[in-house]
Design a protein around this ligand. Structure first.
Ligand code: NAP
Length: 421
């Protein structure tokens, strides 16, 4: 691995590489872009190492050498803490801001203390306001009955809500001040040993997410956009979230969408070429996702609920070992596997790199617009699984498969791409 920069002065770009440019809302993608890579903690270096190999090969197969990614190694998480003394060096943030594209492995976050989550910080500092998680079935075994009927994309708000990190320990001065403020100003009494978290949800953050999701859904000819929320209980946060998404749908996408109440008189039939926009309460949505996944297509969620919805959806098609995600801002993105650093499997050559590989495909498709290379990868993943080339996590549900190591699985995938790509 190349020497990683801890300070801005250590930053240099690979020779022959070019930067993505974002001007006036338009992203220009050169043929030899720099893409940042953060290998991450635990199994991260193994799964991201595999993804880099597969992505390079897919780009070569799809474009025959006329396009190429130059990888820029950066660090974050526990690895960065050990090497640079901070979980998120300033140079890592600034370099991603400059190159605008990154593939990131899982980062370890200490529970209940230590340093703040580098993942959350990175999303906030780079204003990666949408977490997009496509969930579809590639043929992997799952105890679920209808995995083939799952093909949905979760758009999750990424900067606000309870995960924004505004919280104070029960015995902190801040929590005591906050409790006093609530008591004196609003007559709200909390027990003296109450920890406090704040759930901010703004109109502006909600509406830029809504704009991205609706424009994506209409461009990609998706069938429906469902707003997930628990607005019956949290009226002015999640309830407002739903109202604000509807506002964007009606004000900016009126010609492309239709509301559920508008098709009641048409026996629920959505007119040709229109995207249905509806909303569902969280509890109902989570059970319907399992019972009738085919009723869901694009789901727009506030942050915390989005976490739950995307994990449940991923479980339907076989779990997080294979689920990718991409954190997007305007003309900038960080793609990552949905799973964590699985420390007990680190360095054992057994981890499933598919989520990281598919995260790479997402970056190629959603940011660079290199759909052909993304197609090569996705096709090969389906083919590998159907031929029984799988890692331990999938093999344990697939009676006839011998588990492959991370490296061996990667080699099989590359061979398949060379034949089918
Ligand atoms: P985890 O790392 O996702 O691992 C939980 C279990 O999921 C593993 O023990 C393993 O199950 C399975 N698994 C996850 N990834 C896999 C892969 N690629 N291949 C095969 N199996 C896989 O969750 P965690 O143990 O809760 O979290 C560990 C650390 O990761 C924490 O520090 C957490 O903060 C961090 N984390 C980071 C991110 C991120 O960077 N975006 C996300 C989530 C968690 P079996 O052992 O049953 O096979």
């Amino acid at each position: 691995m190349a020497r990683v920069p801890c300070d801005i002065e250590d930053l240099s770009f690979p020779p022959g590489s070019e930067l993505l440019r974002y001007d006036g809302g338009v992203l220009s993608v050169p043929s030899s872009p720099v893409v940042a890579v953060i290998r991450g903690d635990g199994i991260g270096p193994e799964v991201i190492g595999s993804a880099v190999k597969v992505i390079d090969e897919a780009v070569r197969i799809a474009y025959g050498g006329s396009r190429r990614i130059h990888w820029l190694e950066l660090v974050a998480g526990r690895g960065a803490f050990e090497i640079c003394g901070t979980p998120l060096p300033e140079v890592t943030v600034e370099a991603i801001r400059l190159v605008r594209a990154a593939l990131k492995g899982p980062l370890e976050t200490p529970v209940g203390g230590g340093y703040r989550s580098a993942n959350v910080l990175l999303r906030q500092l780079l204003d990666l306001y949408a977490n997009i998680r496509p969930v579809k079935w590639y043929g992997q075994p799952t105890p679920y009955m209808y995995p083939g009927k799952v093909d949905l994309v979760v758009f999750r708000e990424n900067t606000e809500d309870l995960y924004a990190g505004i919280e104070w320990a029960f015995d902190s001065v801040e929590a005591e001040d906050f409790r006093r403020f609530l008591r004196e100003r609003f007559g709200v009494r909390l027990a003296a040993d109450t920890g406090v978290g704040v759930k901010p949800i703004s109109r502006s953050a909600t509406q830029r997410l809504a704009r991205l999701a609706l424009s994506w859904a209409t461009r990609r000819s998706r069938r429906r956009v469902t707003i997930a929320h628990k607005g019956t209980v949290m009226k002015f946060t999640e309830g407002a979230f739903a109202r604000w998404v509807y506002e964007i749908a009606l004000n900016e996408f009126r010609d492309s969408i239709v509301l559920e109440r508008e098709i009641e008189s048409m026996e629920g039939v959505v007119p040709e070429g229109k995207v249905l926009v509806n909303d569902r309460l969280a509890d109902n949505l989570l059970q319907q996702l399992i019972l009738r996944p085919w009723d869901y297509d694009v789901i727009v969620c506030p942050n915390v609920l989005g976490d739950l919805v995307s994990e449940v959806a991923a479980a339907l098609v076989g779990g997080v070992g294979i689920a990718p995600g991409i954190n997007m801002g305007d003309g900038i993105a960080v793609a990552e596997p949905a799973h964590g650093s699985a420390p007990k499997h680190a360095g054992r050559n057994i981890a499933n790199p598919t989520a990281s590989i598919l995260a790479g495909a997402l970056l190629l498709r959603e940011l660079l617009g290199w759909h052909e290379a993304a197609d090569v990868i996705e096709k090969a993943v389906g083919e590998a699984i159907s031929r029984g080339f799988v890692t331990y996590d999938i093999a344990r549900y697939k009676g006839d498969a011998t588990p492959l190591g991370t490296r061996e699985y990667t080699e099989r995938l590359v061979e398949i791409m060379r034949v089918t790509g």
